[in-house]
Write a protein that binds this ligand. Sequence first.
Ligand code: MN
Length: 501
Amino acid sequence: MIDLKQFEVWFVTGSQHMYGPEALSQVAANAQEVATTLGAAPEIPVRIVFKPVIIRPEAATALCQEANNTPACLGLITWCHTFSPSKMWINGLKQLRKPLLHLHTQHNRDIPWSKIDMDFMNLNQAAHGDREHGFIMSRMRMNRKVVVGFWKDASVWGRIGAWCRAAAAWADWQGARFCRFGDNMREVAVTEGDKVSAQMRFGYSVNGYGVGDLVNKVRAVTDAEIDALVAEYASAYKVSAELRKSGSNSLREAARIEIGMRTFLQEGGFKGFTDSFEDLHGLVQLPGVAVQRLMAEGYGFGAEGDWKTSALVRAMKVMASGMKGGTSFMEDYTYHLDPNGMQVLGAHMLEICPTIAAGKPSIEAHPLGIGGKADPVRLVFDTPAGPALNASLIDMGNRFRLLVNEVKVVKPPKPLPKLPVARAVWIPEPNLAVSAQAWILAGGAHHTGFSQAVTTEMLEDFAEIADIELVVIDRDTKIRDYKQQLRSAELFYGLRHGFMS
Ligand code: MN
């Protein structure tokens, strides 16, 4: 769906002119080798582009300006093989509007104990050159990721790869358009938020469209298009007996809605959308399978007008591109509170992405119970066991907070034959009692982006790039410390963003 090879990260080596041409050409050759190796690493999903070694302030400034103006460039990886005095970087870094990863590595892994001489010492100075480089970024209060280790280590590639995925999601958000069919579910607070602040901070715009305009697209769908999609449903999913009955019009109406929605989203150049069961005028069903399949194609989605979750799901899908494991809109739905094993059943009324399906989903129509419309068609499935996470992006009024909880998806302890929706059952870290307490104290939403591919590290890098608060609930969470962390964040972000954001 989203090809990360369209993006590039520039590998930039800092030095200075005083080393002389011979040493500088060795630095360039070594840096080229590092860049080529990173570019070939399976953990790094984007292209790595080697840039000439920076030895003068003018070059550093020009490079940062060029990065800003190159849409395919996600950001910079910088490394100081030798000492690169940092005052020469100030003007460039001041202008840099792209993410930065500082790779603290060394061309040689081992000290050549028996051969080391002053020429070697002169050439391999990252141990102190990168500290000078780090100082100026701290002095300038720059957000960035620092990765330490040997450049041939897979663990280093993994950390760089996570950042590349976060930077790709960030680039994808810049100028992105999200479409809202209808407004938020009436009276709901957590799905609200400041769309102007979001655009200033995140770079995407969110605008509303009349559901009547969508209905026009749905009505324009031809019978031949519907025939083709219904045939696709029949081959991709197990069709329920009820839907197979002749005379059942539900499947055709679901297909009509899917085609109309896709047309609307494609024509508008949208990367995600929201809908609302309270605003379906002219649609005969709440979109179910349509939303599920559009999510599987890479669209972000949030139900009940939840545009923040829609954008977050899109970002997580970009991060997860090409990885094993799916990503979906999700909701904490109901609990299993057995003290011997508390679990969460996650689901939604309909809209769970089939990228997280274990096996072939079934396609079924059932009454919804709310909304007063025809029985909506939806895909029903379980989610495979394994590690996953939930993330929630909330508007705290003076800032956005990204809340992450690592979870373990488990096989449902018993079959759920009467539950007509896609679902996942999980045990949150460190356990349900602490997780839910922490989540609620942080104001986390009931809606989340759920992923079996995206990692906490990617979301941490993403929050760093976006310059927003990150709160993680994991196996180390202790409520007393956690509450103090939330209080400290109030102070920090109050000072950092002040009255101007
Ligand atoms: Mn909901």
